[in-house]
Design a protein around this ligand. Structure first.
Ligand code: SAH
Ligand code: SF4
Ligand code: F3S
Length: 376
């Protein structure tokens, strides 16, 4: 009987795709997916650090594995990903849960095969060097007709609330030839949707003199076959007209764009270090709507960033109404250790954040209702 694995993934699509890489390594090693966590010979938690809630859940769920390990001491338990890319968190988890065998961060993903075949009893791998990204890791795709294709790693933007630049390192673009080869393979294997992934896809290529993101999109669209293309995530400061034109002109590209605005107050946007104003954001939205009829626009909003007043929040609601989003992901601001915003004064209370998130959900429903009734 073959050995079995069970992977639990937290966080964004990048993590989902990295779990496909872990699965690829396991498959090569003779493992098969387990239907149930109890049946697995290796259990992996691929973690996220974006908000406190995501980390709390990991601590809770890993803790619950103690019983399984007691029943079968040969089970391997591994915890990896963005949360364990933070030194203190990795140490804490390793010390708190002696039944966890392997702990490693995102920068060490490419060493997973090595860790799997290790002879030592327990292992805690921590590395701040992100230079090696494991270009040749195998993967086992698990997202139905969709193929995730990573085009870059890391982020240079340092939005003041965000942990990502610390747990993913600086921007590193993959070579366009490697990306195109991967897309071709996926299309030949029958995948109908290709999703290009990066924390900030619009700055693709800038770190290494590669072609621009719009050029990359054009080349992807030239690949023969019956498939659609989409991408995430775009940062408004880098979304240029050439990208909007390529989306408008190419049938293969889905007419949808996720453009996180975070706040509708210029004061808050500045404190967030987003590097655009509400006016600039709205002018991009105007251009998108003009050039791409029936485009689906979605966004992310953070409520309760330090110093966000009722007036700032009302400005966010005004912006939401103006754009008339097709979908909103609203989050309560969560303090992240080591970020600039952690030390900012005037942190907003949980109750206030909760109230604001609910107000946005209500607004989203109203917009949806209006759209269903035919007024855009
Ligand atoms: N790179 C993408 C977003 C990655 S994180 C971008 O820049 O748009 C996904 C979303 O999580 C962000 O858009 C933001 O809305 C939210 N987020 C990030 N850090 C957060 C924090 N500390 N508290 C609450 N939400 C946060
Ligand atoms: Fe975080 Fe900002 Fe980078 Fe997005 S662009 S990952 S929000 S630092
Ligand atoms: Fe979370 Fe890491 Fe993605 S922090 S949102 S899994 S890049």
């Amino acid at each position: 009987m073959s050995k079995k694995y069970f992977i639990t993934t937290y966080g964004c699509q990048l993590n989902v795709h990295e779990s496909e890489k872990l699965a690829g390594v396991l498959k090569e090693d003779g493992y098969e997916p387990a239907q149930n966590i109890k049946d697995a010979d290796i259990i992996i938690f691929n973690t996220c650090a974006i908000r406190e809630g995501a980390e709390d859940r990991v601590f809770g769920n890993v803790g619950a594995l103690k019983k399984l390990k007691k029943e079968n001491r040969d089970k391997i338990i591994a915890v990896c990903g963005c949360m364990t890319q933070q030194k203190e968190k990795a140490n804490k988890l390793y010390e708190m849960f002696p039944f966890v065998d392997i702990v490693f961060g995102t920068s060490n993903l490419y060493k997973f095969k090595e860790f799997l075949n290790k002879s030592t009893k327990r292992l805690l791998a921590y590395d701040e060097n992100f230079n090696l990204i494991g270009e040749d890791m195998p993967f086992y795709r698990t997202s139905g007709e969709n193929a995730w294709v990573n085009i870059m790693q890391g982020c240079n933007n340092f939005c003041t609330y965000c942990i990502v630049p610390y747990v993913r390192g600086r921007e590193r673009s993959r070579k366009s030839d490697d990306i195109l080869k991967e897309v071709k393979e996926a299309v030949n294997q029958g995948y109908k949707k290709i999703t290009l992934l990066g924390q900030n896809v619009n700055s693709y290529g800038q770190d290494c003199g590669e072609i621009s993101f719009s050029e990359l999109l054009k080349k992807v669209c030239k690949i023969q076959g019956d498939f659609k293309v989409t991408f995430m995530t775009s940062h408004p400061k880098d979304l240029t007209s050439d990208v909007i034109d390529v989306i408008a002109e190419n049938e293969k590209i889905l007419k949808e764009i996720h453009l996180p605005v975070q706040s509708g107050s210029n004061k808050i946007l500045e404190k967030m270090n987003r590097k655009y104003t509400v006016e600039k954001y709205l002018s991009i939205i105007d251009e998108i709507k003009k050039k791409i009829p029936n485009v689906r626009i979605t966004t992310d909003i953070i409520v309760g960033f330090p110093g966000e007043t009722e007036e700032d929040f009302n400005q966010t609601c005004e912006l939401i109404k103006k754009v008339g989003y097709d979908g909103i992901f609203a989050f309560m601001y969560s303090v992240r250790e080591g970020t600039v915003a952690e030390k900012m004064p005037n942190q907003v209370s949980f109750d206030e954040k909760n109230k604001r998130v609910n107000a946005i959900l209500k607004l989203e429903k109203e917009i949806k209702k209006g759209k269903n009734n035919g007024n855009n």
